[in-house]
Ligand binder design. Structure first.
Ligand SMILES: [Mg+2]
Length: 427
């Protein structure tokens, strides 16, 4: 039961900006924007001073520039942010037995049962001070009976805040807040609720459960529970590091390096699409190969948090190059992405342009509708078919029968050269 639980949600304040401010004190109190430059790119993070101008994450940098012409734009350094993130996790892991790393700068801590030995508020407050002292970075926390309410607490007291809402006060705390303060309410749901005249959490909480289910399905039911301060989701221990992976066993063993690289590219593309769909980032990539004699070797690399094809494909190719040392046939190749955390806007950091960011979003949309292989990189498409005179057969859909048309659909090496591509799995 929620009444017996004590959950802390800790969240760094304007994390990326704070890391920059720590390096350069001239940025203190200024509207700072990370990601892109003033006319290109997407806002990955912005200071509280910039937020006063209506600037927020994932906004085109050009719009941000219009809203605040004096804003300072920084390209950002994901390596540094990832390192700081790992250090913060380290500090927390040394002091609590059960915590979840929810994103690059957020942690949930389950204090249930420990409240008899420590005052939870005092403990959380001291932990916050430790992070501030050791990292030199601002952080806020909320403490309540479950993850949702703890997160709402944090958001209400940010920046540089601490807020505890004990179980009996949860409803009265949530009631007057706008509905979009409930974590997980996207723009579309918010619009729908607004159209229904639902503005405050209290109104949402009083709608009959069945009606919410009728209007928004399971998501509606979930929102109704959250509006009523109910959330049974557990704090998932960090040691259960989630990963997604895929591997391919070839129909016949191969030594074709270009084909291997193309397969890797295809596999990484599928996995990163999956990552982005789940709004996750990875900090570790592993490549595995198995020679025809069943000898299996693996290489791993820690990387800054990302969900980008281009970066991960490069890494996968590097690891493969290091791994494939024997001139021997291969029978299997695999890729795994692990150390997953939630995050999305952050992918904007690696982009040089808003166009590229938009391109990823557009490609993902097509894939969501027509399947993951509806958009593939040209380098993994099999070379065009040749006729007996070695001339390229031109594809003319109008001339072909239905059967031929099916056959001549774009084939990837994954389809033509491999017996199976396992679906990515959570492990
Ligand atoms: Mg944060």
């Amino acid at each position: 039961m929620d009444k017996d639980r004590h959950i802390i949600h800790m969240d760094q304040d304007a994390f990326f900006v704070s890391v920059e401010v720590k390096k350069n004190s001239k940025l203190i109190g200024k509207p700072v924007i990370i990601g892109g430059s003033s006319d290109r790119g997407v806002v990955a993070s912005c200071s509280y001073e910039a937020r006063k101008f209506g600037i927020h994450s994932a906004m085109p940098a050009r719009t941000a520039k219009m809203l605040c012409p004096d804003a300072i734009f920084l390209k950002g350094n994901m390596d540094e942010y990832s390192k700081a993130s790992q250090e913060i996790t380290e500090i927390i892991s040394q002091r609590v037995p059960l915590f979840e790393k929810a994103s690059i700068d957020e942690h949930y801590i389950d204090m249930t049962g420990m409240d008899r030995f420590f005052g939870c508020m005092k403990f959380a407050s001291e932990l916050r001070q430790t992070v501030i002292k050791e990292m030199g970075l601002p952080i806020s926390f909320g403490l309540s009976a479950n993850k949702t309410v703890a997160k709402v607490c944090t958001n209400e007291c940010k920046p540089n805040g601490e807020l505890e809402i004990p179980f009996p006060e949860v409803r009265s705390f949530l009631n007057p807040l706008p509905v979009n303060k409930i974590p997980g309410i996207g723009n579309a749901t918010y619009r729908k609720l607004s159209e229904m005249g639902v503005r405050k959490i209290e109104t949402l909480a009083e709608i009959p459960q069945e009606l919410m289910f009728k209007i928004l399905g399971d998501h509606g039911l979930n929102l109704w529970q959250k509006a009523n301060g109910i959330d049974i989701s557990p704090v998932i221990p960090y040691r259960e590091r989630k990963s997604i992976g895929t591997q391919t066993t070839f129909e016949s063993d191969s030594m074709d390096i270009n084909k291997m690289k193309a397969i890797l590219t295809g596999m990484v593309t599928n996995l990163t699409f999956d990552l982005r769909s789940q709004q996750k980032l990875t900090a570790c990539i592993t490549v595995t190969i198995r020679y025809s004699n069943f000898e299996t070797v693996t290489q791993q690399a820690r990387i800054p948090y990302t969900a980008l094809d281009s970066f991960l494909i490069g890494k996968a190719h590097d690891l493969f190059k290091k791994l494939y040392s024997k001139r021997m046939l291969l029978r299997l190749i695999g890729v795994k992405l692990s150390h997953l955390v939630s995050g999305f806007e952050q992918i904007g950091l690696y982009h040089t342009s808003e166009e590229e960011y938009d391109l990823y979003q557009a490609m993902d949309k097509v894939r969501q509708h027509y399947g993951v292989e509806s958009v593939v990189k040209a380098c993994i498409v099999a070379p065009p078919a040749k006729d007996e005179k070695n001339k390229t057969i031109k594809y003319n859909p109008r001339k072909k029968s239905e059967e031929e048309r099916k056959k001549s659909r774009i084939r990837t090496f994954i389809n033509s050269g491999a017996s199976s591509v396992n679906k990515p799995t959570d492990s």
